[in-house]
Design a protein around this ligand. Structure first.
Ligand code: FAD
Ligand code: DHB
Length: 402
């Protein structure tokens, strides 16, 4: 039977980055991914990398194309009450910024590196179960291109997303889940038109939330709050542009450039945390353990932070025989996870309009947004969370100046 040190279930950003970090530390791993390479590389998802994620990709040797093609952003714009307010990240955080570089591109870069230099990465390898094997070692049972196989591992890491199977290896009663669903979704579009803005726009409006983002200097990525259950077919292109125009409208002159829409999809939103993130020799990382609503762009960054902590813990165990960081993994990650859960919930509930929202609740949202626009302390709280908190067991809850 095949054997590896770390069996990684799932070849999304968490699994691929973990494999890269372990490879750099001289620890062997195998990545099993159920989908094919093209699907994984084209799945349209997150677009913003925190400063810490950028630093980690560079240090891992996966930052060359990101540094050439990524767009450094030093702030975001908040729009509400038909006015615009900028949050200046370096000024508010002691020099931190973010990078606009799509998840699709991060995944392409990590796949290329893994195939060129790393251990095995199998596509179309669907894990059916993670079970107890000989001598307390876990066993991954999977089907690769129609053939059943087993992989024995010293450790297994479930990087298999929200619907993953690795968490089912935890005995009944071990896991506890916390969840919040939201009464709205996002309609996301890609359009072949240069963005009409230099920095991302997060807009509160009486018609609902809108977000202006980008994929490159020539491709816009935009989102609209829509009711749960919305069918993208009910949103012809003109209707989307008219609604974006209405939600981004300012008292001053401002024009949203329109162009051909090349993709439309609806994303539901939820907050979800599964604790603990480790049982015995099985670990969970990324969306397999926690989901955030996308307002605030934390999902991909949290996945990266988890695997950085885990790779350091494996490296320390290999070098010194000490399992202290492995033992601390779940607590270390969950502290940061819950901070990001709070921030994502805060951004979501401050900027969206609940279908049953009272006028009182709307006035509270506007008061909160006014506070962000007028108080350096309030703005710094959002800027620190957005640009990203430090990663690791000894990380303080406030970022250190760079
Ligand atoms: P995933 O990216 O989900 O990767 C898990 C991988 O495991 C997948 O490749 C999957 O095919 C594989 N897998 C699953 N089950 C098995 C199995 N049994 N065997 C083998 N492989 C398996 N975040 C933002 O910040 N902004 C956004 O706009 C945004 N949009 C999103 C849209 C959608 C539809 C989704 C689902 C997420 C979005 N996110 C967004 C969140 C962000 O993309 C995720 O947090 C990020 O992908 C987490 O990475 P991951 O590797 O943990 O999980
Ligand atoms: C993007 C997604 C987000 O959730 C966000 O807060 C900012 C940008 C994006 O896809 O570009």
């Amino acid at each position: 039977m095949q054997h590896t040190t770390v069996g990684i279930v799932g070849g999304g950003p968490a699994g691929l980055l973990l494999a890269r970090l372990l490879h750099n530390a001289g620890i062997d791993s195998v990545v099993l991914e159920s989908r094919d390479r093209a699907y994984v590389e084209q799945r349209q998802r997150a677009g913003i990398l925190e400063q810490g994620t950028v630093d980690v990709l560079r240090a891992a040797g996966a930052g060359a194309r990101m540094d050439r093609e990524g767009l450094v952003h030093e702030g975001i714009e908040l729009r509400f009450g038909r006015r615009s307010h900028r949050l200046d990240f370096p000024a508010l955080t002691g020099g931190r910024s973010v990078m606009v570089y799509a998840q699709t591109e991060v995944v392409k870069d990590l796949v290329a590196l893994q195939l060129a230099e790393g251990g095995p990465l199998l596509f179309e390898a669907e894990v059916r179960a993670v079970e107890d094997g000989d001598g307390g070692r876990p066993l991954i049972r999977y089907t690769h291109q129609g053939r059943e196989a087993d992989l024995s591992c010293d450790y297994v890491v479930g990087c298999d997303g929200f619907h993953g199977v690795a968490k089912h290896a935890f005995p009944a009663g071990v896991l506890r889940s916390y969840e919040r669903a939201y009464p709205y979704s996002w309609l996301g579009i890609l359009a072949d038109v240069p963005p009409s803005y230099d920095e991302l726009i997060y807009a509160h409006s009486p018609r609902g939330f809108a977000l202006g983002s980008m994929r490159s200097p020539t491709v816009s990525r935009l989102y609209l709050q829509v009711p749960n259950g919305t069918d993208p077919a009910d949103w012809p292109d003109e209707r989307i542009w008219d609604e974006l125009d209405a939600r981004f409208a300012l008292d001053s002159d401002w024009t949203l450039r329109r162009g051909p829409i090349t993709a439309k999809s609806v994303l539901p939103m939820r907050s979800h945390v599964t604790e603990p993130m480790r049982h015995g020799r099985v670990f969970l990382a990324g969306d397999a353990a926690h989901i955030v609503p996308p307002t605030g762009a934390k999902g991909l960054n949290l996945a990266a932070a988890d695997v950085v902590v885990l790779a350091e813990a494996f490296a320390r165990f290999q070098e010194t025989g000490s399992a202290d960081l492995l033992d601390a993994y779940s607590d270390t990650c969950l502290r940061r996870v819950w901070r990001a859960e709070h921030f994502s919930w805060f951004m979501t509930s401050t900027l969206h309009t609940d279908p049953d929202q009272s006028p009182f609740a709307t006035r509270l949202q506007l008061s909160q947004l006014d506070r962000l626009a007028s108080s350096r302390h309030a703005a710094a709280e959002v800027a620190e969370n957005y640009a990203g908190l430090p990663i690791g067991p000894t990380a303080p809850t406030a970022p250190t100046a760079r």
